[in-house]
Design a protein around this ligand. Structure first.
Ligand code: HEC
Ligand code: HEC
Length: 461
């Protein structure tokens, strides 16, 4: 009764306005609670009221922002070649001595083994065919240079001189926040923007650099120590606070990096990063100017706190003013693009549907998950931060943030970043371990079946 009393007037009012109700009836009728969340496709909206010229300006603006943002996300180095090439000389280690660099060079095999990805769409047919026919020597660093020349290494730009020699290199957002679908082969495929690259061993890549002086100077330690820190993170992790507070290891001696989170499904989410440093554009400026070492402006007086951020206080990164500013003018489109990337849907068959439905009821009911992970955002609308004790973990990483809190992690697309584990540092290696943690913490008294139902639900998000 309830269902028809709500559904019928909506359908009637839509048809009464002269609009075809086809979009509505053709798809299976949504559940009562979903009605308001269902948005008609654009064509339906159009036939209801054609776009005005002002509407069209907005549509064109949005399209332009997405295209520009995509370009920035994938290809903009923000001038970071001055750091990665100029200061660290990393390009020389990639090229190897035979190709005008130093050392043995980085072969495609090595590059793929440290998690770098190749964009198959960027490969010219000739190179693609050679790869298919296994005619490319994947042990030869010259082949890595060929891949860089056609701009196919995701998140890395090689800068070549007229003679074809690698002169420098810079990195992009896509380095850590994109992967590929492996459609051509392992590590080679079409780009998946926003996905966390949990294969990428940032520390191993950086430690190849012939000159680590920028790090030894900043942190006031020797090269061996810098290498030990870089070697501690492992795949899928990076420490975006190290150059602010100088905390290279946790007090218990474990590594201090955090997992690379996805950069999709962020629209509607208030605070970002594991510890809620700020909004998406806040963090984008932070990363572009202070982590990727592009040239730009970044301001946050909270980082001038000498006690919490001694290294930032020394380097002055709380008031970063690089000239020329290659970051600020890109923040709007970059923000827009990230908000436009949806969380990917879990593949059919990757979870048990019936069990996940039972899990959904538990999630919003007895297991109390939805008190913090509010569907469909799966984080709190509003101030989405919690003290370490509220989620039953130590304060180490929270205390590296101006908030001293942990942000309720948005869970949509969770299935796509299971590698490396869960929570900011991957301390829970599996989803059952996460559920076990909450079961103890919140004294939920879940049965074994309830626990596995919750796991199936998490896999479905
Ligand atoms: C070297 C790897 C790396 C690069 C390059 C990088 N990020 Fe990140 N990103 C991370 C890590 C690690 C975190 C988590 C930081 C934390 O919580 O302290 C993060 C966090 C984020 C978040 C927060 C996500 C969330 O769930 O709230 C966004 C958004 C983001 N990055 C966007 C970008 C953009 C845009 C760029 C390019 C300007 C970029 N990142 C470059 C590693 C990287
Ligand atoms: C008090 C608020 C709160 C409650 C209740 C809560 N969570 Fe969380 N959840 C968080 C916070 C905060 C984090 C981030 C922890 C971190 O960054 O280390 C998180 C992280 C997670 C993660 C890891 C996400 C990732 O990307 O690694 C999963 C999975 C998760 N929660 C599932 C659940 C489930 C299932 C329940 C119910 C049994 C639940 N949560 C209850 C606040 C909460």
């Amino acid at each position: 009764m309830l269902k028809s009393s709500i559904v019928v007037p909506v359908v009637m009012s839509v048809t009464a306005l002269g609009m075809s109700a086809c979009w509505y009836l053709a798809s299976s009728l949504p559940q009562v609670g979903e009605l308001s969340a269902q948005t008609p496709p654009r064509s339906a909206g159009r036939s209801l009221s054609p776009l005005s010229s002002a509407d069209r300006v907005i549509e064109q603006h949005a399209q332009g922002m997405i295209e520009r943002g995509r370009q920035i996300f994938r290809f903009d180095t923000f001038g970071s070649e001055a750091f990665w090439g100029g200061a660290l000389q990393l390009h020389k280690a990639i090229a190897g001595e035979k190709n005008g660099g130093v050392g043995g060079g980085v072969s495609p095999k090595t590059a793929l083994s440290v998690g770098l990805k190749v964009d198959v769409d960027a490969l010219p047919d000739s190179l693609r065919n050679q790869l298919k026919a296994k005619e490319v020597d994947l042990d030869d660093p010259a082949a890595t240079l060929a891949l860089l020349k056609v701009n196919s290494v995701v998140g890395v730009t090689g800068i070549f001189d007229a003679g074809g020699h690698l002169q420098s290199m810079g990195i992009q957002c896509a380095f850590c926040h994109s992967t590929v679908d492996d459609s051509f082969g392992p590590g080679i495929g079409r780009r998946l923007d926003g996905w966390a690259n949990r294969d990428l061993n940032v520390g191993a890549i950086v430690s190849l650099a012939p000159n680590l002086k920028p790090f030894t100077d900043l942190l006031g330690v020797d090269v061996a120590t810098v290498k030990k820190v870089l070697g501690s993170w492992g795949p899928g992790r990076f420490d975006a606070e190290l150059d602010k507070d100088g905390k290279a290891f946790r007090p218990d001696g474990k590594q201090a990096g955090t997992l690379i989170p996805p950069a999709f499904g962020l629209a509607g989410v208030n605070l970002h990063t594991w510890t809620g440093f700020g909004s998406v554009p806040y963090w984008n400026a932070y990363v572009a100017a202070t982590e990727m070492h592009g040239t730009g402006t970044f301001f946050d007086s909270r980082l001038a706190d000498r006690a919490q951020f001694p290294v930032a206080a020394k380097s002055g990164s709380s008031h970063t003013r690089g000239a020329p500013d290659r970051v600020t003018s890109k923040l709007a489109a970059l923000h827009f693009y990230q908000l436009a990337i949806p969380a990917p849907k879990a593949p059919a068959g990757s979870f048990d549907k019936i069990a996940s439905e039972r899990g959904s009821a538990l999630f919003s009911g007895r297991a109390r998950c939805a008190t913090c992970h509010v569907p469909p955002l799966f984080t709190e609308p509003g101030n989405n931060l919690h003290s370490p004790s509220e989620i039953g973990i130590d304060a180490f990483q929270a205390d590296r943030s101006p908030t001293h809190m942990y942000r309720t992690a948005p869970l949509a697309g969770l299935w796509s970043h299971q590698k490396g584990g869960f929570y900011h540092d991957g301390r829970f290696s599996t989803l059952p371990a996460v559920i076990e943690h909450y079961n103890d913490l919140l004294k939920l008294g879940l049965t074994d079946r309830e626990k596995s139902d919750l796991v199936e639900y998490l896999k479905s998000l």
